[in-house]
Design a protein around this ligand. Structure first.
Ligand code: DAK
Length: 258
C-alpha cells in the first residue's frame, strides 16, 4: 500500500522504514505523506504500543529531497515545509513512544526526523548533520528549534553554521543520541528498549511523553501546574491501582491501558 516507506506491526511494535535507498531515503512530499499516514495507523491501532523508525540501506534519511526542492517555487516550498512540520509535530503528539533507529546518514530533515522521535539509538555507522547552509537555506523541519533543545544553543549553532557532519559517538557525547551500538545490534537494541517501555503502564508512558513535550517550553510555574494535572490523570487510572497493588503483593503488574 505504501510506495516510499514500509510499515509493519510485529508483537506490538510498529516499524516505519523509509524506503528510498537509491536516493538515500531523502524526504519528498510523498514520503512525508506516507510517514504521516503510517503515524495515523499507529495512533488508531491499539495493538501498536511502540514505534521504531529507521531507514533502508546505508542512510537513515539524507535530508529533504534536494532534486524536488530545486523545482519548487516559494509556495511549493511552503507546502513542503508545512508538511514536514505536520509530520514532526504529529510524531511528538502521539502518546506512544517513537524510537529512532539511526542506521546511517541522518542529515538535514533526517536529523530533524530523528529529533522528533522520543529516543534515538544510533548504529556506530550513523552520521548526523544539519548541512542546509551548504544549500543556501536553514533547517526547515524544526532543526533550529529541536536541536538547541537537545544539545544546547551553542552546540546547535556550531552544527548548523558549520554544516559539520558528526559521527555517532560525538552525537552521543553532545546528547543528540541516547546510545550507540554495533550495526547488527541496532534493531535488537531498539526492540528490547521498546519491550521495556511496553512492559510499563501505557497510560503513564503516554502522559509522561505529552507532559515532557508540552511542559518543556513553559516557565517552571506553569510547567509544575501542567504536571499536577497530568499526574492526576494517571492517578485515576486502573493501571495505577494495579501497579501499586502488584508492588504490595510482590508480583508483576498486569497493565490494561485503562
Ligand atoms: N536529496 C535527493 N537526493 C539525494 C539526497 C537528498 N537529500 N541525498 C542523496 N541523494 C541521492 C544522490 O543524488 C545520489 O543519486 P544518484 O546520483 O545515484 O541518482 C544518491 O542519493 C546517492 O548519493 P551519493 O552518491 O551522494 O552517495 P554518497 O555515499 O557519496 O554520499 C551523502 C552520501 C548522504 C553524504 C550525500 O549524498 C549527501 O551529502 N547528500 C545530501 C545531504 C544533504 O545536503 N541533505 C539535505 C539537507 S537539507 C524546506 C523544508 C525542509 C528543508 C529545506 C527546505 N522548505 C521547503 C523551505 C530541509 C532541508 C534539508 O534536509
Amino acid at each position: 500500500m505504501y510506495e516510499t516507506i514500509k510499515y509493519e506491526v510485529k508483537e506490538g511494535i510498529g516499524y516505519i522504514t523509509i524506503n528510498r535507498p537509491k536516493a538515500m531515503n531523502a524526504l519528498n512530499g510523498e514520503v512525508l505523506d506516507e510517514i504521516y499516514a503510517a503515524c495515523a495507523e499507529v495512533q488508531n491501532d491499539d495493538a501498536v504500543k511502540a514505534v521504531i523508525v529507521t531507514g533502508e540501506g546505508k542512510a537513515f534519511v539524507a535530508g529533504a529531497d534536494i532534486a524536488q526542492m530545486n523545482q519548487l517555487d516559494s509556495i511549493g516550498g511552503r507546502t513542503l515545509i508545512a508538511k514536514g512540520h505536520k509530520v514532526m509535530n504529529y510524531i511528538e503528539s502521539i502518546e506512544k513512544p517513537f524510537i529512532a533507529a539511526v542506521n546511517g546518514f541522518a542529515l538535514g530533515g533526517g536529523c530533524e526526523l530523528a529529533m522528533a522521535c522520543d529516543i534515538r539509538i544510533a548504529s556506530e555507522k550513523a552520521k548526523f548533520g544539519q548541512p542546509e547552509v551548504n544549500l543556501g537555506i536553514i533547517p526547515g523541519f524544526g532543526g533550529t528549534q529541536r536541536l538547541p533543545r537537545l544539545v544546547g544553543k551553542g552546540m546547535a549553532k556550531y552544527l548548523i553554521m558549520t554544516a559539520e557532519m558528526i559521527g555517532a559517538e560525538e552525537a552521543n557525547r553532545i546528547g543528540l543520541v541516547e546510545k550507540v551500538v554495533a550495526p547488527d545490534e541496532l534493531i535488537p537494541t531498539c526492540e528490547k528498549l521498546a519491550q521495556t517501555i511496553m512492559s510499563k503502564a501505557p497510560i503513564a508512558i503516554g502522559v509522561a511523553k505529552t507532559t515532557i513535550n508540552n511542559g518543556y517550553d513553559l516557565d517552571m510555574r506553569a510547567a509544575s501546574t501542567l504536571e499536577v494535572e497530568a499526574f492526576t490523570s494517571t492517578f485515576g487510572s486502573k493501571d495505577k491501582t494495579e501497579g501499586m497493588t502488584a508492588f504490595l503483593e510482590k508480583r508483576e503488574a498486569k497493565f490494561e491501558n485503562k
